[in-house]
Design a protein around this ligand. Structure first.
Ligand SMILES: [Zn+2]
Length: 291
């Protein structure tokens, strides 16, 4: 098992090799927004099979994804209503975060997005003709007008705002629990990422920010976002909650944080980063003082 995990580097490919594929392959089977997983004693994994036909499940579409180590990876879409084979189940990707190995989890996210894109691009958006899958690129091609439809990615910014020792967090209307998170929103056509940060913060909280810095990014396949994370500092303005997305926006200190999003999200990574930095600056302070 250890040697297999060491060789789990993923290489994204569109066209499978010409020779007949042999050996067991990873099958990322998607049903609506769920993925087929297998429970092997304590471990959660995706099916590793010579051929998906072994499961006797119908499929609607199939894409080659590439190689994970030396194993080939495919994604298939299973029609709604098909029951999973014994010992397997369909699960939302969000629910199995932390259970599935990290590399498998990230390939599963790709699979989910590719299946969703294929399913929603069956007809040309310009002339309505039935599209076909491009032979060498990850694209759906219109045989009538030639328009190519690539997998859809919606970039969204997410930003952690600091004011001295405080962090700005919002409780969104859509949250089911009294959870607070960092501000986030989709990038609009024509905007830079920094402009999107400025606009979203202004719309959602009424304040303006400065010193916007890139933090990191995260694919968010629910269904096709790319979260681009930033940190920023408070510049001026008073908090006003008016755009209807949030029910509350306020400043918190690291030792009085509310309920936070789960470890999966970049929002949580941003908040954890803030908490760590606060702890570091505190320890520096106490190290320098006589207390
Ligand atoms: Zn067309």
């Amino acid at each position: 098992m250890a040697s297999m995990m060491n060789s789990m580097e993923f290489v994204s490919l569109v066209v499978p090799p010409k020779e007949r594929l042999v050996g067991r392959m990873w099958w990322f089977a998607i049903q609506e927004d769920k993925i087929l997983i297998q429970q092997e004693s304590a471990a959660t994994t995706v099916p590793l099979l010579n051929d998906f036909a072994e499961l006797a499940l119908p499929i609607l579409r199939r894409h080659y994804l590439g190689r994970l180590g030396r194993r080939h990876c495919f994604t298939v879409e299973v029609p709604k209503g098909s029951s999973p084979p014994a010992g397997m189940r369909f699960e939302c990707l969000r629910q199995i975060y932390g259970q599935l190995n990290e590399t498998l989890y990230s390939v599963a996210g790709r699979a989910l997005q590719i299946v969703d894109w294929d399913r929603t691009h069956q007809f040309c958006g310009r002339c309505g003709t039935k599209t076909r899958t491009h032979m060498t690129e990850r694209a759906k091609e219109c045989p009538q007008c030639g328009l190519l439809h690539f997998p859809r990615l919606a970039p969204a910014i997410i930003v952690l705002i600091q004011r001295g020792r405080e962090v700005l967090l919002a409780r969104a209307r859509r949250f089911e629990t009294p959870m607070y998170s960092t501000l986030a929103g989709f990038v609009e056509p024509g905007e830079t990422l920094e402009e999107a940060v400025m606009r979203e913060v202004k719309e959602e909280s009424g304040i303006t920010v400065k010193e916007i810095r890139y933090f990191g990014s995260q694919p968010w396949p629910f269904p096709h976002s790319l979260m681009v994370g930033f940190t920023a500092n408070y510049a001026n303005g008073e908090i006003t909650v008016s755009d209807g997305e949030n029910v509350d926006v306020r400043w918190f200190t690291a030792d009085s944080l509310p309920e936070l999003p789960g470890k999966l999200s970049i929002a949580r990574k941003l908040i954890d980063w803030f908490v760590e930095r606060q702890a570091e600056s505190l320890s520096t302070l106490s190290g320098n003082s006589s207390r």
